[in-house]
Design a protein around this ligand. Structure first.
Ligand code: CP
Length: 298
C-alpha cells in the first residue's frame, strides 16, 4: 500500500496507486486482515460545510481501524465567533490527531491546512476543486464490477461548474483508462474541460448513447446566486435522468450519484431507487475506501 503524507487531490495519481487503494479496500470489504492498526490514535473531522455521507463514512472507517474520532462542525465552535481557518486547524492539530479530515467551501483550503499543521490532511471536499475520497469510492464501485476500465465509457451529467466530485472522478477515470464525457447546460459545462481529456456536449440524449455508467451530479442550488437555467422543470426535461432515458441505456449500464439527491431535478426517483442504481452501494463502499485512505496517510 503506498504511503502518502496528505490526500489533497487525485491529480497526477497513477493507475497503480489508485488500484492499490482498490485492492486494500476490497480486503477490508472481505473482512480483513487488520487488527485495529489505528488503536490509540486520533482522527479529527473538521467540517466547515454540511455532510451526511463523507463525515459519517470517515468516522465509521476510523472506528473500524480502532481510532478515536473528534467531530468538529462550525455550529457550536469558535469559527462561528470569527476564528480563522488557520487558527482553527492549528488549534485542532494541537490536540494531537494523526490526521485532519477537512471540508471547506474554499478551493485550496485543504492544501492551506496541510501547509500549516504537523499532521496529515485529507481533503473531504474543498470548494469546486476536488473530493478525492469520493473519486476513489466511485471508481472503486465501478472497478468491483468491471475490473478493467479499458473500452468503458462514463458520462458525467449535470452541474459540472460547481462540482468538486467531477474533477476527482475525471482524474481517476482517465488514469484508469476510461473514456469520459461531460454533459449539461452550457451555463454549467464549458469546453475547457476538454483540456482534461473529457468530451463535452449539451445534448443528453446523444451523450447517453452507448455509455456504461452515468454519474449524475447534484444541482448545487446553494452555490447559485445567478440563474443558470430557466426552471427545475426545464432542467429535468433537458438534463434530468428520467425513467424513459434510463430505459434506453445499455442493458448492463449503471447509474451513480454522489448524493445528496435532488429527486425529480437531476434524477427521477424511480431511477435513483431502480435496478441500475449504485447509489447506496457507493455509500457502503465509501467506508472500505476510506479505511484504505486512513491507513495510507503517515
Ligand atoms: N457525497 C458527499 O460528499 O456527500 P455529503 O455532502 O453528504 O458528504
Amino acid at each position: 500500500m503506498p504511503v502518502f503524507r496528505h490526500l489533497l487531490s487525485l491529480e497526477g495519481m497513477g493507475r497503480p496507486q489508485i488500484e492499490a487503494f482498490f485492492t486494500r479496500a476490497a480486503e477490508f470489504e472481505a473482512g480483513g486482515p487488520h487488527k485495529a492498526p489505528l488503536a490509540g490514535r486520533l482522527v479529527a473531522n473538521l467540517f466547515f460545510e454540511p455532510s451526511t455521507r463523507t463525515r459519517s463514512s470517515f468516522e465509521a472507517a476510523a472506528k473500524a481501524l480502532g481510532a478515536d474520532v473528534l467531530n468538529w462542525t462550525v455550529a457550536g465552535s469558535s469559527a462561528s465567533k470569527g476564528e480563522t481557518l488557520l487558527d482553527t486547524v492549528r488549534n485542532i492539530a494541537a490536540l494531537g490527531p494523526f490526521a485532519i479530515i477537512i471540508r471547506h467551501q474554499a478551493s485550496g483550503a485543504a492544501a492551506f491546512a496541510a501547509a500549516n499543521v504537523p499532521c496529515s490532511v485529507i481533503n473531504a471536499g474543498d470548494g469546486r476543486h476536488e473530493h478525492p475520497s469520493q473519486g476513489l469510492l466511485d471508481t472503486y464501485t465501478l472497478w468491483r464490477r468491471w475490473k478493467t476500465f479499458q473500452n468503458r465509457r462514463v458520462l458525467v451529467v449535470g452541474d459540472v461548474l460547481h462540482s468538486r466530485v467531477v474533477r476527482s472522478n475525471l482524474h481517476a477515470l482517465k488514469a484508469l483508462g476510461a473514456q469520459v464525457a461531460l454533459c449539461g447546460p452550457r451555463s454549467l459545462v464549458h469546453d475547457g474541460w476538454a483540456a482534461l481529456g473529457a468530451q463535452v456536449d449539451t445534448d443528453l440524449d446523444r451523450s447517453l448513447e452507448g455509455v456504461d455508467a452515468v454519474m449524475v451530479l447534484r444541482v448545487q442550488r446553494e452555490r447559485m446566486a445567478d440563474a443558470f437555467f430557466a426552471s427545475e422543470r426545464e432542467y429535468h426535461q433537458r438534463w434530468g435522468l428520467s425513467a424513459e432515458r434510463a430505459a434506453r441505456l445499455k442493458p448492463d449500464a449503471v447509474v451513480m450519484h454522489p448524493g445528496p439527491v435532488n429527486r425529480g431535478v437531476e434524477i427521477a426517483p424511480e431511477v435513483a431507487d431502480g435496478p441500475r442504481s449504485l447509489i447506496l452501494e457507493q455509500v457502503r463502499n465509501g467506508v472500505f475506501v476510506r479505511m484504505a485512505i486512513l491507513e495510507s496517510v503517515k
